[in-house]
Ligand binder design. Structure first.
Ligand code: CO
Length: 134
């Protein structure tokens, strides 16, 4: 059911420092920071030949990654995103298998303008999983 790895998201406290690390130390192609106030994050996209890395820093008062960074002050892997062809069909299948979908179970428009859902990390080996319809 799941398809390509769309992105791996890494939460960081200092976006400029993380951008420098990826650009200069790792030699990757790194975008300018893009504020996404609806999602409570500022994002830097790192483009790799086969996938993307998203560096996420908190934006605003109630950022969804603020607590994560409190627990992980050095930053850390926040979630992994797999592509699916039909997000509602994917959700129904996952729920039928006992996986918990976060929120009200209705897909929301994610950071790339496409419908996304998040799956409970306790059901996926301690990893927050995002599925995105492409
Ligand atoms: Co994501």
């Amino acid at each position: 059911m799941i398809g390509r790895l769309n992105h791996v998201a890494i939460a960081v406290a200092d976006l400029a420092k993380a951008s420098t690390l990826y650009r200069d130390t790792l030699g990757a192609v790194v975008s300018a920071p893009i504020g996404q106030p609806d999602h409570g994050v500022t994002v830097v996209f790192v483009t790799l030949p086969n996938t993307k890395i998203e560096l996420l820093a908190p934006l605003g008062e109630s950022s969804p990654i603020a607590k994560f960074l409190e627990r992980n002050p050095d930053g850390g892997m926040h979630h992994i995103c797999y592509e699916v062809a039909d997000i509602r069909a994917a959700r129904d299948r996952l729920q039928a298998q006992g996986a918990r979908v976060l929120g009200d179970g209705e897909p929301r428009i994610g950071a790339h303008g496409k419908p996304v859902l998040f799956l409970h990390p306790k059901d996926f080996n301690g990893t927050l999983v995002e599925i995105e319809q492409v």
